[in-house]
Design a protein around this ligand. Structure first.
Ligand code: BES
Ligand code: ZN
Ligand code: ZN
Length: 473
């Protein structure tokens, strides 16, 4: 990672100038003499200055520009650059996060690792920015962790690998780490989860991480779909759709990144991370369409498609999660292609029963820089999950509304007292895109991390002001 240093004077071997109004900048006029059209960025050699045009003082533009600055200087020989701060905390945070998150390379397995000259970014601004820089660094580091894990090939990144990673992280960040192996999952009667993983030579693990704050203001449980590979099972995916299915563990990896961040930030919220790691494979022992599974919540499930496996793992994990008596329960999952068709690749779907909670989460996500939109449940789609042989079917009987029917399937495993406390986030679109976009390199993005963090931090400050109000009263 490159280092960000806050300074009171302009430093660095080269500079960056943000341009909001091209007419007001002398450097832009110079650049125009060289044929610059005033859009995007231009490096003015004689001033060693990268001119960066943005459409306005908006965090989204600044964040993306930050990433593009980092990418640009990869090809030059400067060891350090200097940028003047905006003097606005949100914009300066966006700038720093953009630089750090945009700096990460894809190409984990290239033999010729690129070496870059740039190692320091000086931000000229108030010393109070040091705190902002620290937060940007923690969040960026968490994104790096998630992206590296998700990009790791499925031959290596098995459920055991995720488990070992969690154990190491738990030690480093002083988290509790409880592990449920196959025997434990049997004891817990997690019949749906176990069926999915049965044909794999790599055994499943449910990992339960816990960050215990000293004075917790609330308890949040985050559950992640951790399919280290999704071949589709006997309802085998066509070859073209199987490629990138190493990324079906993105929800679980996001949970790991979130736990890293909350621990480093020292938030006053108790956060549990539940990782449902398994591999969906084929074999003589594979679970089949026509099988009926018995879930931990006691509901029987008719399997009609083994490629709708994520919801089977999650329904048992959500059951376990509710036993922890959470104030909020959020699951993150690359659950459906339908959600990607509906919202596009860059946007995650937010589902649940509590309209206020959904809207609240959406606004936290958008503020954090992640695109998310609410998808509405309805009673007609719920009917599509009816089964003639069991309590529920693992796919809807219509090919439409697949993102919502998957969400409503999960909803059937949420007990009445938790219905209003639960959110399902389908990150199938933005979790993994084979093309660089926004602050993300091609491959894994770390989707879900920023949104959930923003939500938890928002919850922390809401609970905190509630507490101080009740003290006064
Ligand atoms: N892991 C996939 C969903 C997915 C698709 C994630 C594309 C990322 C990108 C999930 O397990 C799956 O296969 N879902 C099926 C459900 C269907 C069988 C009802 C789907 O979306 O096609
Ligand atoms: Zn699947
Ligand atoms: Zn899947």
């Amino acid at each position: 990672m490159i280092e960000i240093v806050i300074t009171d004077s302009m430093q660095g071997e080269a500079y960056v100038e943000f341009v909001l109004d091209s007419k007001g900048s002398k450097n832009i006029q110079k650049a125009q003499e060289f044929g610059f059209d005033g859009k995007g960025q231009f490096f003015l050699q004689e001033k060693k200055t990268l001119l960066v045009c943005i459409d306005g003082r908006h965090v989204d533009f600044v964040r993306e520009a930050g990433a593009n600055i980092a990418r640009f200087f990869k090809s030059l020989k400067f060891g350090s650059i200097g940028i003047k701060a905006f003097g606005d905390e949100a914009l300066d945070y966006a700038l720093m996060l953009g630089i750090l998150a945009g700096w990460q390379d894809s190409g984990l397995y290239k033999s010729n690792k690129k070496e870059y000259a740039l190692s320091k970014v000086y931000i000229q601004g108030d010393s109070a920015l040091g705190k902002v820089a620290k937060r940007a660094k923690i969040v960026a580091k968490s994104l790096y962790i998630v992206r590296d894990l998700v990009n790791t090939m499925p031959q290596v990144a098995t459920p055991t690998y995720l488990l070992q990673y969690c154990k190491k992280l738990a030690q480093k960040r002083d988290l509790e780490c409880k592990v449920l192996d196959t025997k434990d999952l049997q004891k817990e009667r997690m019949g749906a989860y176990l069926a999915v993983s049965r044909a794999s030579v790599n055994p499943p693990y449910l990992v339960h991480l816990k960050y215990k704050s000293k004075k917790p203001l609330a308890r949040v449980v985050v559950v992640g779909k951790g399919l280290t590979y999704d071949s589709g099972g006997l309802s085998l995916k066509p070859s073209d759709y199987m490629v990138t299915m190493k990324a079906d563990k993105s929800g679980a990896c996001a949970v790991i990144g979130i736990l890293n961040a909350v621990a480093e930030l020292g938030l006053h919220i108790e956060v549990h991370g539940i990782i449902g790691a398994a591999e969906n494979m084929i074999g003589g022992d594979a679970y089949k369409p026509d099988d009926v599974l018995f879930s931990r919540e006691g509901k029987s499930i008719e399997v009609r498609n083994t490629d709708a496996e994520g919801r089977l793992v999650l329904c048992d994990c959500l059951s376990y999660a509710q036993d922890l008596k959470p104030d909020i329960i959020i699951d993150l999952a690359t659950l459906t292609g339908a959600c990607v068709v509906g919202l596009g690749e860059y946007t995650s779907g937010i589902m649940g029963y509590n309209e206020v909670l959904k809207k609240d989460f959406e606004s936290c996500a958008l503020q954090s820089g992640e695109l998310m939109a609410c998808l509405p449940f309805n009673r007609h789609i719920k009917k599509l999950l009816e089964s003639k042989v069991a309590d529920i079917c693992n796919i809807g009987s219509s090919r439409y509304g697949g993102g919502i029917s998957a969400g409503m399937f999960l909803g059937e495993f949420i007990r009445d007292e938790y219905k209003d406390k639960w959110l399902h986030i389908d990150i199938a679109g933005p979790a993994y895109i084979e093309r660089e976009w926004d602050i993300n390199p091609s491959g894994a993005s770390g989707a879900g991390v920023r949104a959930v963090l923003a939500f938890i931090e928002n919850l922390e400050s809401k609970q905190d002001s509630k507490k101080s109000k009740s003290k006064k009263a």
